[in-house]
Write a protein that binds this ligand. Structure first.
Ligand code: C5P
Length: 293
């Protein structure tokens, strides 16, 4: 009998997210800097007769729509592997948050399957499989912060000196009780075209300027999906304004939301900020004091 193999499945933040336009396939092109958190889910895998997924959160679908089980189908198709796997997912990353929980689980499941099958594929060969699962998945197969381009599937490691300005930074992540649907947010972007988009040249220039500077992580923060989310979900800009004015933070939304985040100084007491978030958003708000990988 094999012992189950255990994997960490991190949450991500989009520190920089410029949606640059709509493509003919209906997806959007983007330029983004994605950093993984030291906080996330845990996924275990063990050989089984047929694929199965168990999850400790009853709100998570455990049928074929889950990216973990889709990963098994994609992996089998690509490699001809005849095995099957039982997955157990310990869920911490909330859904509809823009924290990439489902994408992370799918990408990590691919790595786990590859290990279970005796590594028929190298890491580079897993990337196109991850892209088949979802636009954000490939980012989880490269260590450290990455630049994401195309619809998200084109991944490049951030230059070392820039990555060093992000690595280990303390960050507070907070999400109200409601989530935001990613397809909805992209539809809203398309409905407000072209004003909602950041021209690609401008996005590249902004990012390049930060990479070539020695500016801190705070100077990188950008997200042009905030406007559509903030227009409908007033609780977001209201709270971010409060954190900016009264706590001196520089908060941003991650991805299509609804989770937001702010870098924290090392010695800062997060409990007062967490209290303020719970006062404003209610007790169901999620507040995580973590660090970038
Ligand atoms: O690829 P994923 O399943 O994560 O995308 C969810 C939805 O978000 C897509 O169906 C599409 O509507 C939208 N999307 C997009 N452009 C991207 C990524 C996602 O329009 N680059």
């Amino acid at each position: 009998m094999h012992e189950p193999l255990t994997y960490f499945s991190p949450a991500k933040l989009n520190l920089f997210l410029a949606i640059t336009g709509r493509r003919s396939d209906g997806f959007h092109d983007l330029v983004s800097v994605v950093a993984k958190l030291k906080w996330g889910d845990t996924l275990t895998i063990a050989p089984a007769e047929t694929d199965a997924l168990e999850c400790d959160d009853p709100a998570v679908p455990v049928d074929a729509s889950n990216l973990v089980l889709k990963a098994a189908a994609v992996f089998r198709e690509a490699t001809g592997w005849r095995g099957a796997a039982k997955f157990v997912l310990q869920k911490r990353i909330p859904m509809g948050a823009g924290l990439g929980g489902g994408s992370s689980n799918g990408a990590i499941a691919l790595r786990a399957l590859n290990d279970l099958a005796g590594r028929p594929l190298d890491d580079a060969a897993l990337v196109p499989l991850a892209a088949k699962l979802g636009s954000d998945c490939a980012a989880f197969l490269t260590a450290g912060p990455v630049v994401m381009r195309g619809r998200g599937e084109r991944i490049e490691a951030l230059p070392e000196a820039s990555a060093a300005r992000l690595s280990g930074r303390r960050v507070l992540v907070f999400k109200p009780s409601f989530g935001i649907s990613t397809p909805w947010a992209y539809q809203q972007m398309a409905a407000r075209a072209p004003d909602s988009y950041c021209p690609e040249e401008e996005a590249q220039l902004r990012l390049q300027r930060w990479i070539e500077s020695d500016a801190a992580a705070e100077a990188l923060l950008y997200n042009n999906m905030e406007s559509v989310a903030f227009e409908k979900f007033i609780a977001l800009p209201t709270m971010l304004e409060e954190l900016r004015g009264e706590c001196g933070l520089a908060p941003r939304m991650s991805g299509s939301g609804s989770a937001c985040f702010a870098f924290l100084p090392e010695g800062a007491d997060a409990s007062a900020i967490a209290q303020r978030l719970k006062d404003g958003w209610g007790g169901e708000a999620v507040v995580i004091d973590s660090r970038l990988e």
